[in-house]
Write a protein that binds this ligand. Structure first.
Ligand code: AMP
Length: 281
């Protein structure tokens, strides 16, 4: 399997493949891979001649230095997991310097207001960091198709806006959320939870699923009230936000009743921040 640490080597190889009319699928990640990431790789490998995965813990998208420091880094294990999907997948695992060339800073991005909701309002600068790294990676890989998980639904919509704003010729493919058997959305940050916390964290999805039923039967206020009451029975959890929003604009669902809606949640469990979401339609 080919692993590149520098852009020049990767670009040279990909340009050979492009000359031979290969289609390039791309899966950007921060590593510590789990089955959710592998489902994106499988989707790419099934629909493209070549699949590239990037593994890069992007410092500019972390608003919390402790979260960046504690983010799991498991490259050797990651490579084994990638190999189990397909031996031909190309890995791009650059250093911070290779990506930022001594200037580890975000650009300023505007995503039509998508960046001001939920994750944007609770993680200042996060989406500027995401925009910066995804744009850089797209310029290096120049993929035909790029795969993003609905686990980070707001990020998926922001990437769609990014490619529109900058006329980047790539098709963005959204992929469903992979969950543990108990319902917990798979996440690299789950590695930081104890077994007991991972079990307890399954209530996040159970509460989201129940909130969906209540939203459909009784409306938004009842769903919100239910969520806040349900979490009051779990003192280890601190809900940062629970929002019901329009899928396109990410504005509160009450502002746009005709589109599709989704419920979004961010919860701290003993200091570890988890996010999840569920379609309400
Ligand atoms: P990350 O490594 O957390 O930056 O995630 C890399 C990509 O994998 C993003 O597009 C995520 O949305 C996606 N992803 C992360 N967790 C899951 C999951 N449980 N199911 C599906 N996709 C996921």
């Amino acid at each position: 399997m080919l692993i590149f640490n520098n852009k020049a080597g990767l670009k040279a190889l990909l340009s050979e493949h492009k000359k031979a009319n290969a289609t390039i699928g791309f899966v950007p990640t921060m590593g510590a891979l789990h089955k959710g990431h592998l489902s994106l790789l499988e989707a790419s490998a099934a629909n493209n001649t070549i699949t590239v995965i990037s593994i890069f813990v992007n410092p500019t998208q972390f608003n919390n230095p402790e979260d960046l420091e504690k983010y799991p880094r498991t490259l050797d294990d990651d490579v084994k997991k990638i190999q189990s999907v397909n031996e031909n997948i190309i890995v791009f695992a650059p250093t911070v310097d290779e990506m930022y060339e001594g200037r580890t800073q975000s650009g300023n991005f505007e995503f039509g207001g998508l960046e001001n909701q939920m994750e944007g309002s609770h993680r200042p600068g996060h989406f500027d960091g995401v925009g910066t790294i995804v744009k850089k990676l797209f310029e290096i890989v120049e993929p035909d198709n790029a795969y993003f998980g609905e686990k980070d639904f707001q990020q998926l919509q922001i990437v769609r806006r990014l490619v529109k704003n900058y006329n980047i010729p790539v098709n963005i493919v959204g992929c469903p959320i992979s969950r543990e058997p108990n319902g917990l959305a798979m996440s690299s940050r789950n590695q930081r939870l104890t077994e007991q916390e991972r079990n307890e964290a399954s209530v996040i999805y159970k509460i989201l699923a129940e909130a969906k039923t209540i939203y459909r039967n009784e409306g938004e206020d009842a769903a919100k009230k239910y969520v806040s009451t349900a979490f009051s029975g779990h003192p280890d959890f601190m809900v940062e936000y629970f929002e019901i929003a329009d899928e396109e604009t990410l504005l509160p669902a009450t502002a746009a009743k005709n589109g599709k809606q989704r419920a979004f949640i961010a919860v701290y469990i003993n200091g570890i921040r988890l996010i999840d979401n569920i379609s309400l339609n």
